[in-house]
Design a protein around this ligand. Structure first.
Ligand SMILES: *Cc1c(COP(=O)(O)O)cnc(C)c1O
Length: 386
């Protein structure tokens, strides 16, 4: 079914649902969904063992040693980012926030609401941070205590230089906090080599679980010094960690089904070859998408060197025959859900490369896009390919 691209037999996931070519939630495997058909008590010994296994495996994916711990946080990814920022940054702290998209802006907003001081280095959505400018800010603002950056800024799909930023944070003796939500599991991250104190991600992106659990991988020495920093009860990572160390349990109801599905997703992640295997499939998806879309006459926003293999932003065609709402609905009718753009620099839309999709699904999506262009009468767009 999935290889088909005609409107009469839409593409579909293993369960017949449309494929989600979005930044998350994503298409998950049938086996990940099937892991959720049981009920577990939160104090059940089996559930506790599964939860513990999930947390240790996440540390290993980030190349953490025994000196790192994963602190889970119920909720979507933003709950984990807010927990990380408000737990690690004390009331008298000051954060250098690197912004080149909506998720950097969201971090700044979280810090503003929590009353934490910030210094902002903002670049356009298609531009990575200027490392010389970052260094100048660190050199001239000794009151900065932490640096925050986004690994893959999902707004555009740009890959930010987290290793180089980490080296600067370490040179100036600052804490380093990373939002790796849309990259974790697909792009390598090394908390030791990159001098990271805490990195946040969630169950429903590149590990291909279902939504409902965020997590923060923390350097335990840094986490131990955060007691009393939190601005809320629920998002206090220190309290969550201490309680889990003492009792192996969550302070408040855990999303049991989500965690068991996440455990299954981690088994499938390992079977695929971990970060190398998962990242390799996504890079292949991304290459097929870029080649195919260019052949159809679309222009990607980013230069290839800046493009992470996670989600691709395309300029909206200027042809008045191209109506995005129609494009979106016709693709959905063929079994593919894409994503509107969120950019300020250009009118755009996005297509994701992540989730339980591969070469076959990517090619089927491209065939469907070709059909829809034809349906809209955009002969010129298609002729560029001939
Ligand atoms: C998805 C994502 C988040 C979290 O978003 P939620 O909607 O809260 O899950 C945070 N940062 C980045 C970079 C993301 O891609």
């Amino acid at each position: 079914m999935t290889a088909s691209s005609t409107a009469s037999s839409p593409a579909a996931s293993e369960t017949g649902d449309p494929l989600l070519l979005t930044p998350g939630p994503l298409t998950t495997s049938r086996t990940v969904k099937a892991a959720m058909v049981h009920d577990w008590g939160s104090r059940d010994a089996n559930f506790i063992a599964i939860n513990r296994s999930v947390l240790t495996r996440l540390v290993r994916i980030a190349n953490g040693s025994d000196d790192w711990a994963t602190v889970p946080m119920q909720g979507s990814g933003t709950f984990a980012v807010e927990a990380m920022l408000t737990t690690f940054v004390p009331a008298d702290g000051e954060v250098l926030v690197l912004i080149n998209g909506a998720y950097g802006k969201r971090a700044k907003r979280i810090l503003d609401i929590a009353g934490r001081r910030t210094v902002v280095h903002e670049t356009a959505e298609d531009t990575p941070p200027d490392l010389a400018a970052v260094e100048a800010l660190l050199a001239s603002n000794p009151s900065i205590t932490h640096v925050f950056t986004v690994h893959c800024e999902t707004t555009s799909g740009i890959l930010n230089p987290i290793a180089q930023i980490g080296a600067l944070a370490a040179r100036y003796g600052k804490g380093y906090l990373v939002d790796s939500m849309s990259a974790f599991g697909a792009l390598p991250i090394d908390v030791q080599a990159m001098h990271i104190d805490a990195v946040a991600a969630s169950s429903n992106k590149c590990i291909e679980g279902v939504p409902g659990l965020g997590f923060v991988i923390c350097r335990v020495e840094a986490l131990k010094r955060t007691q009393g920093n939190a601005t809320t009860l629920v998002l206090d990572l220190h309290d969550q960690w201490l309680n889990m160390e003492k009792t192996s349990q969550y302070r408040f109801t855990p999303p049991t089904h989500v965690i068991v599905a996440f455990h299954q997703a981690l088994d499938e992640f390992d079977a695929e070859g971990g970060v190398a295997g998962r990242g390799g499939r996504y890079r292949n998806n991304c290459r097929i998408l870029l080649d195919g879309m260019r052949a159809l006459g679309f222009r990607p926003l980013l230069a290839d060197a800046l493009q992470a293999p996670i989600i691709v932003t395309f300029h909206m065609p200027e042809d008045p025959l191209f109506v995005f709402a129609q494009f979106y609905e016709s693709l959905k009718a063929r079994g593919f859900v894409i994503y509107p753009g969120k950019l300020t620099v250009a009118d755009s839309f996005r297509i994701g490369c992540i989730g339980r999709i591969g070469e076959k699904e990517m090619r089927a999506a491209l065939a469907a896009i070709g059909e829809v262009l034809e349906e809209m009468g955009m002969v010129g767009q298609i002729e560029k390919t001939a």
